[in-house]
Write a protein that binds this ligand. Sequence first.
Ligand code: BDR
Ligand code: CA
Length: 315
Amino acid sequence: STPVIFDCDPGIDDSIALLGAFVAPELDILAITPVCGNQPLDRTVRNALQICELGGRADIPVHAGCHRPLCREPIHGQFHGTTGLGSTVLPDPSKTVEPTTAVEALIAHLGRAARGERSKITMCCLGPLTNLALALRICPEIAGGIDRIVMMGGAFREPGNRTLTSEFNMLADPHAAQIVFAAGVPMTTLGLDATHQVMLLPDHVAMFAQKSGRISQTVAELMAFWDRNDVRRYGSRGGPLHDPLVTAWMLSPNFFESAPARVFVETESPLCLGQTVADWYGKSGEPANVDVVTKVDAQGVIDLYLDLMSRYEER
Ligand code: BDR
Ligand code: CA
């Protein structure tokens, strides 16, 4: 199976992405590294621990990441409720966070891979990129241990979701995003152009409520909270399945089409902070660094998740 690390800020959609990954034998989850993002760090760590227990994966080490973005003031998510898990209340975690930090864990795992002591690792990034950027700044050689970065982030032909131009994960730490994009590692990004193609509709939520085995009620509750009910914006009810597309890409890359581009992140303009600026036609003179996902088989992704969640029946 493919060794992966989930760097994330759970987060309702992060939690769905993790619950999907937990039951996929194709993925060997080495660690989860929560960061300050949708909620402050203490919350994203707590939520990650709770989701591991809910999913029966208390075996996965959780390493706490950065308390703040690299340079800017922290901002938090808007659609995840006051705890980051909507209205869902989960038991206090009995599992505890690891003594080593996320950045130390990334340097250790990716360092071993870079030295050829283990196979290369795929970074599944679901939040602001602070942890990975800091690890790369401390030990640039760990880039050699990354097989690919598969991330949710950016807005290319779509407008932003947090500001006019910018998607939340990019805006929350634009400097980190720019460092990661420039690291010279193969990358795939699922930005709003991709994630807005997969809307989780009330009918879907009803199906998940029936099909998600022993965690059905929690999954349906999380998903119901995710419905923006903003037809004007999205053209339908429902909420976009942002982060779960990262897990889906890992399991079924055939559901996705992408185009290569050089991507830069705006780090200075007050108006456009966090904007992902793509050079599609080689005008910058720099080679493409990212596969930008442009098209998604939405039905395929929903069916994949229904299948993944049904596996909780046996767990
Ligand atoms: C991203 O922002 C967060 O609120 C979600 O978890 C997702 O990672 C979407 O813009
Ligand atoms: Ca997220």
